[in-house]
Design a protein around this ligand. Sequence first.
Ligand code: LMR
Length: 347
Amino acid sequence: MKHDRKTALTGLLTRSTRHALMVTAAAFTLSGCGGDGTAEDQVYLIKFPHVTAPGTPKGQTAQRFKEQAEARFPGRVAVEIYPSSQLMNDDDSLEALAFGEIQMIAVSLSKFDRLTHAFQIFDLPFLFPSLAAVESFQSGPTGQALLTELTDKGFLGLAFWHNGMKQFSAPRPLLVPEDAAGLKFRIMESDVLQAQVQAIGGNPQKMALGEVYQALQTGAIDAQENTWSNIYSSKFYEVQDYVMESNHGYIGYLVAVNPQFWQRLPDDIRLGLEEVLAEVTEWGNAQAEVINQEARAKVAAAGRGEIIDLTPEQLAQWQEVMRPVWDQFAADIGPERIAAASNVQVD
Ligand code: LMR
């Protein structure tokens, strides 16, 4: 994607100009969808690019959405999934959705940082002890309100999808925070993650997922944090000597569509797709932990990238050093959101 367009979108355009562009783009997408123009024979094409491999929680859930949406609306809905950053990276997909060039995304919550501070809650280190805790927060009133947080900016959230909990990987064992001092860590595009790495004495580098393997291989960066499924499918364990089971944070996604595109779908199709999405979301979120544990087992079996379990005492040190990040971002995120997340009940 051209840099000049991105600059125009994020910097120079006023919000109302941007909104007008989005409406035009969404209208174009619908009218340009084939058929002879009657609503009955129009095929509604949903282009859905994402950055992870087909076998990851997101890859599998996106594929299931395609299969079920097309089976429910044969000849009327076509879903094209582009995994593994094949079509574009996440940053570009945010722009492309706003312009109506694509119709659906599932971008990591961390990467909406420049659009809202509210999602920063998902990056606070050690806030959520498990996927079950995240699930409980997301399905409660505070979490559900986040789905529509970005509607007026061109992103209607329809669901949250899980990936999993993050682990650190590095060229040396990171048993306690001091071990991270001076290492260059790849992070997603998030100021909270930047502060988190600074808190442990590391040097954070924001970078798209598709560039990380090579950056680790060439030594442009030293270390990274990600889920087991991403560490396995992106082969980071091949170029990292140690993976620490730290479970220090969460990666999950906002599944979003352009609001104008969505509202202009015929009612039966929109409501049907929402039902399909609810169904595959439940399926995918129930699989996510299993897929990550399978990926962990494959990393262990590969015999490269030694897995290190941290003791409760070591984990307590990481928690203590990272905890000030909460205070740094509490006002932006909203203390009431943090309180709601901290108080979730998990069965
Ligand atoms: C990353 O960039 O590491 C993650 O956003 C990848 C993903 O989508 O799981």
